[in-house]
Design a protein around this ligand. Structure first.
Ligand code: FAD
Length: 283
């Protein structure tokens, strides 16, 4: 039996933050020895297209941790994709999480790689050396016409070359386990990591619920009602909630846990300290 995969996600420092803050984040995450750290790719107006590759090079070169570079499709043409792939190759990146990307207000998609599947097909053929990952949605993508359609499009991504899936955040483990059941029934047999985002602020939960369509179960509503006005207590309760989610998922035999670190090394480390032994026991 294999221990579940344990991976982390970081994002490039925001525009009004010092670039060096990423070192603080990585210094704090290094001792967790994750299987990989993935680095998001910005599509916003001010996003720096080179940041993901540079941070991946740092993670691999200075921290000796494998990395996964995110790359988004909808605002890219083939030249831009090739440039990004070259950058990732130079940075020593071996695996890519290929996505459509979030919509940027007022910016029209180019239509070259309309869906993640289009980008996966291109990269799989043009650069077969990259391991390809893709995103999946336990509660169904908010734009999907139906649960069945979403699973059908997910299968297309796997058939096009995605060998590993990472899920959107969710707060109710039964949503994830039911989704895995649907995916397996549809013939999707690649590893599916569960995406866990610790609750650190009340606003963050509401924002994610609005943008990602993630349901807020009664247990999280109670937590927000109780601690919503006490940020430190809410964060403590969020650490306990995420740790319990992970413990339960590992006990149910999930393929892996992808922890959205939100560049908060202290919160991430506390959660890992709570659950680390379960990963070792699962061996
Ligand atoms: P797709 O797979 O293209 O799916 C999007 C929608 O289109 C779904 O409803 C799907 O059912 C539908 N669809 C798919 N194919 C077809 C088709 N052929 N015909 C009709 N409909 C179709 N965003 C960023 O900008 N940067 C990041 O770094 C980033 N990282 C992420 C990491 C993870 C783990 C996750 C879960 C999400 C991440 N996102 C990121 C957000 C992601 O870009 C959004 O969720 C986006 O809305 C969908 O991306 P996708 O790759 O899943 O899209």
């Amino acid at each position: 039996m294999h221990a579940p995969i344990f991976s982390l996600e970081v994002f490039p420092p925001k525009r009004n933050t010092t670039v060096g803050t990423i070192y603080d984040t990585l210094d704090g995450l290094e001792s967790l020895h994750p299987d990989f750290i993935s680095v998001t790719y910005g599509t916003g107006r001010y996003a720096d297209r080179t940041a993901t590759a540079r941070i991946c090079a740092t993670i691999r070169g200075e921290y000796a941790i494998p990395t996964v570079a995110h790359l988004t499709s909808q605002y890219a043409d083939q030249v831009a994709v090739d440039e990004a792939l070259d950058m990732f190759e130079c940075a020593g990146v071996k695996a890519l999480l290929l996505l459509r990307g979030d919509r940027t207000d007022g910016k029209e998609p180019l239509g070259v790689y309309q869906h993640a599947c289009d980008l996966i097909t291109y990269v799989h053929e043009a650069r077969p050396d990259f391991l390809i990952m893709a995103a999946c949605y336990p509660e169904t993508h908010p734009e999907a016409l139906s649960v069945e359609e979403d699973i059908r499009h997910l299968k297309e991504k796997v058939d096009a070359g995605a060998g590993h899936l990472i899920s959107q955040l969710f707060y109710d483990n039964s949503d994830f386990m039911n989704f895995v059941g649907r995916a397996r029934a549809a013939g999707i047999d690649v590893p599916i990591e569960a995406g866990i985002m610790p609750i650190t602020r009340a606003g963050q939960v509401r924002h994610m619920s609005e943008t990602c369509g993630s349901c807020i179960p009664p247990a999280v509503t109670r937590l927000l009602e109780k601690w919503g006005n006490k940020p430190k207590s809410l964060c403590e309760a969020g650490i306990v909630y995420a740790s319990q989610q992970i413990s339960d998922l590992v006990s149910q035999g999930v393929d892996g846990i992808h922890l959205y670190s939100m560049n908060h090394p202290v919160v991430t480390r506390r959660i890992w300290n709570n659950v680390q032994s379960l990963f070792e026991e699962a061996l």
